[in-house]
Design a protein around this ligand. Structure first.
Ligand code: ATP
Ligand code: TZP
Ligand code: MG
Ligand code: MG
Length: 268
């Protein structure tokens, strides 16, 4: 499986997919730089007049509601519809779902209107999208529970690939589950590391039709990159943020084959 993950990383770099992001104001620049470092091609486009055209030519569309407002939500729905019509994979990050009634309502509306290839969030966000109680404070998850069960339940309910991240990451679809144990706690001290990850999943889904495997591969490569970044930067969040961008550029087949902690329990 690690060889297949490494090959997919190389495929992202070889194909340099265009990733259309409609994302939040906190993470826009970091997301663009992270995708570039990885070897993908980012574009941020929000105008109602152009989102459908941009989504149609993208390898993947990433919708992130971190700093949502009515105009942006409409842009997401327009882009999502165009992507669905053209078979472009759509990845959704329901940032802060459950923190306010508006966020929860919009997250459910997007998940119910756009045909998603995958949804990625922390446990609280995913739980809130499907109406399960789970603690959330601002955009950070605080709850505890069976993340595997939650991911499986959400995959069934939403009829899509569900990615729940935290200390360990879980990818679930109706066929089975992947668990990925790479990463570093310093990822929780830099804002936007979850949002960038969602866009990285978009880059992998752009070049692989098995979206659950694409997501698992993205998580493993991203987690290994975070480990390399920590070795460069140590316990310094500012340096770690930059080191993560550098690590996304250098993470290689050898790193993945040596370090990936990925377990599959399914037929993928
Ligand atoms: P939150 O707002 O809860 O931090 P998020 O959207 O930032 O959520 P995370 O769940 O933090 O997303 O996931 C982002 C990345 O950080 C993932 O690669 C995940 O594996 C990693 N990560 C999160 N917590 C830890 C941890 N304690 N140890 C190692 N890696 C972690
Ligand atoms: N507030 C609204 S969006 C956002 C903040 C702090 C960024 C969240 O980024 P991430 O990747 O979920 O940590
Ligand atoms: Mg985080
Ligand atoms: Mg997040």
């Amino acid at each position: 499986m690690k060889e297949r993950v490494a090959s997919l990383l190389e495929k992202v770099r070889n194909e340099n997919p265009l990733i259309h992001n409609i994302t939040n104001v906190v993470v826009t620049n970091f997301t663009a730089n992270g995708l570039l470092a990885l070897g993908a091609s980012p574009v941020m486009a929000y105008a109602h007049e152009e989102v459908a055209d941009m989504a149609r030519i993208a390898g993947a569309l990433v919708l992130n509601m971190g700093t949502l407002n009515a105009v942006e939500v409409e842009a997401m729905l327009l882009a999502g519809k165009a992507a669905n019509e053209r078979g472009v994979p759509v990845i959704f990050d329901p940032v802060g779902a459950g923190a306010t009634p508006y966020r929860t309502e919009i997250a459910r509306a997007i998940a119910g209107t756009v045909k998603l290839s995958a949804i990625r969030g922390n446990a609280a966000e995913i739980a809130n999208v499907i109406g399960e109680a789970w603690a959330i404070k601002g955009v950070d998850s605080t709850g505890e529970g069976s993340v595997v069960e939650l991911a499986q339940k959400a995959a069934k309910r939403l009829q899509t690939v569900v990615v729940v991240t935290g200390k360990e990451d879980v990818v679930a679809d109706e066929q089975g589950v992947f668990i990925i144990a790479n990463g570093h706690p310093l990822l929780t001290k830099v804002t936007g590391t979850g949002c960038l990850l969602t866009s990285v999943i978009g880059a992998f889904a752009a070049v692989e039709t098995d979206v659950a495997f694409a997501a698992a591969a993205a998580l493993a490569c991203y987690g290994v990159a975070a480990e390399l970044a920590y070795e460069q930067a140590g316990d310094n969040p500012g340096s770690f943020q930059i080191a993560l961008l550098d690590a996304l550029a250098i993470v290689s087949r050898v790193h993945v084959e040596e370090r990936a902690l990925i377990e599959g329990m399914n037929s993928h």
